[in-house]
Design a protein around this ligand. Structure first.
Ligand code: FA5
Length: 350
């Protein structure tokens, strides 16, 4: 015998459960509805617990009815989950959709342009080409020989410490490194062609420098090399002066200060008036009123020996300027690190 009241109750519980599952509007709500409709404290579970009060035949019958109800509700919950998850996925994709046409129509998308450092590099190349130089490039991963030894810095030379860098596991330990300056390209160029040489060599360099207002760990230099007969220090000073005027205009003054580089003799540091404080002294120029742009000097005879050029027949000068530093000075940028922030409000100005 079936208890009609219990059968009705099962039907009511099932239809209420169905309504609750169908009312769930997203996967989270469905999870709560499932717990309420099918969980341990659900009306269906309570009905199941009442089966013990029935006689065996009725218990079997009602048990089967409750199980069928539960199966239908479980199937419905599964269908709802699929539908709701699909809808949620579509909503997410819609929200994340990037329609560049729409952005362009609304004037939101801006046409990109070259980074300030790239613009300055291009301009430097143009300036030097106009002065009669050609442009060359070299690899960023260099051997110890090109980066140090051929530049008159044998192993354990103390000057190597100034250019501490990152070594690569591409051969014997400490033989391949990320170049610390563009000077190794001088060596490659002198090996590749006989004098006369009038060339500039721009490129990326790496050092274990802690970034600050005037330093980055990855930065750019432009190297210059002139090798010809009868080249003097006067030619070097004149070239740097001509470059300063062409690149900065009349407001910025330059000076050469005696210095030391193992690959040039004599050597000098090329400095210009700090544009932030106009020479008065500030944080950017460490209070000196001058900003160092690079090093220069007459090519050391040992460098000529390393590449097989006769130092009695030829003389030359070389220089290496920081491109990021030139960009910093020309735009009056207090902190070089802003070049790497990728803040469009900053980069968009140039
Ligand atoms: C050199 O690298 C020499 N190779 C330059 C040279 C070439 C001298 C040819 C003589 C003949 P120095 O370490 O001073 O020298 O670096 C040259 C310039 O690179 C610096 O004046 C600066 O403008 C730039 N520079 C150096 N280190 C950094 C850095 N960490 N971040 C940004 N710019 C840097």
């Amino acid at each position: 015998m079936t208890d009609p009241a219990l059968a009705d109750t099962i039907a009511t519980v099932e239809s209420e459960g169905r309504a609750a599952l169908e009312a769930a509007a997203d996967p989270d709500q469905l999870r709560s509805a499932e717990a309420a409709v099918l969980g341990k404290r659900s009306p269906l579970a309570r009905l199941h617990r009442r089966l013990g009060e029935l006689d065996p035949a009725e218990r079997r019958h009602m048990g089967a009815a409750i199980n069928s109800s539960r199966e239908r509700l479980v199937a419905l919950a599964g269908e709802r989950r699929q539908t709701l998850e699909e809808a949620a996925r579509r909503a997410r994709a819609e929200a994340e959709r990037l329609d560049l046409t729409e952005a362009a129509l609304q004037g939101v998308a801006h046409r990109g342009h070259l980074h300030l450092v790239t613009q300055v590099r291009d301009e430097l190349e143009d300036t030097f080409v106009a002065m009669g130089f050609s442009v060359a490039e070299g690899p960023e991963a260099e051997t110890d020989w090109y980066n140090f030894e051929a530049l008159n810095m044998p192993p354990h030379h103390p000057a190597r410490g100034m250019w501490d860098t990152l070594y690569l596991r591409l051969g014997d330990p400490e033989t391949v490194l990320l170049r610390t300056h563009t000077s190794p390209v001088q060596i490659r160029l002198m090996q590749a062609q006989p004098p006369p040489i009038y060339a500039v060599m721009p490129g990326r360099c790496y050092r274990r420098d802690t970034p600050d207002a005037r330093h980055l760990a990855v930065f750019h230099q432009i190297e210059g090399l002139v090798v010809d007969r009868d080249i003097t220090f006067g030619d070097l000073a004149g070239t740097i002066e001509a470059f300063t005027t062409a690149f900065f205009g009349p407001g910025i003054h330059s000076r050469l200060r005696p210095s030391f580089f193992p690959f040039t003799e004599p050597s000098a540091e090329f400095e210009v008036t700090c544009p932030i404080c106009s020479g008065g002294g500030c944080r950017t120029c460490s209070g000196s009123g001058w900003i160092e742009l690079g090093g220069c000097g007459m090519v050391d005879p040992n460098v000529f020996h390393a590449v097989g050029i006769d130092p009695e027949a030829y003389r030359g000068f070389a220089f290496g300027f920081g491109i990021d530093r030139l960009a910093q000075v020309r735009t009056g940028l207090a902190d070089m690190r802003t070049l790497l922030d990728n803040d469009m409000r900053f980069l968009g100005q140039f």
